[in-house]
Design a protein around this ligand. Structure first.
Ligand code: 5GP
Length: 121
């Protein structure tokens, strides 16, 4: 498992060193809009803990952290108004997924018909 980089962008957002619009925050998670939205709704939800990827989070986070995080994802989907119309969760993990930021995060995408699950590389 890759070592957690304390200077990754999301770690800096969590510490308040880089601004973001805090759409939702609790002890387990923080949600904010993606800087390059791919859909009318494109929100990122990140855990407060230091986890590199979905693999790391699933393997190493406590049951409380995992439950708290996924409850936050559901709450955010309600809060940003896509729970009824539908949305897609994406969690890129590792090189083949082209994960860009090495702090586990879930993308919430919605606000329009999303089409095919995968696009060509
Ligand atoms: P990944 O490819 O790692 O799954 O997605 C990382 C996401 O973080 C990208 O969609 C990118 O637009 C977003 N992102 C990168 N830097 C920033 C930033 O400084 N602020 C915000 N709000 N989003 C960012």
């Amino acid at each position: 498992m890759a070592t957690y980089d304390d200077n990754n962008i999301f770690a800096r957002i969590l510490r308040g060193e880089i601004p973001c619009q805090r759409l939702y925050e609790d002890e387990f998670a923080l949600a904010f809009p993606d800087i390059k939205p791919q859909a009318p709704c494109h929100v990122l939800v990140i855990p407060k803990g230091k986890y590199v990827s979905a693999t790391d989070f699933g393997a190493m986070a406590t049951p409380e952290e995992i439950t708290g995080f996924y409850r936050a994802v559901s709450l955010v989907a309600e809060k940003v108004g896509v729970a009824e119309s539908g949305y897609r969760l994406i969690a890129n993990a590792g090189p083949d997924s082209r994960q860009e930021v090495p702090h586990f995060h879930v993308h919430i995408l919605g606000g329009r018909l999303l089409g095919a699950m995968l696009v060509a590389p």
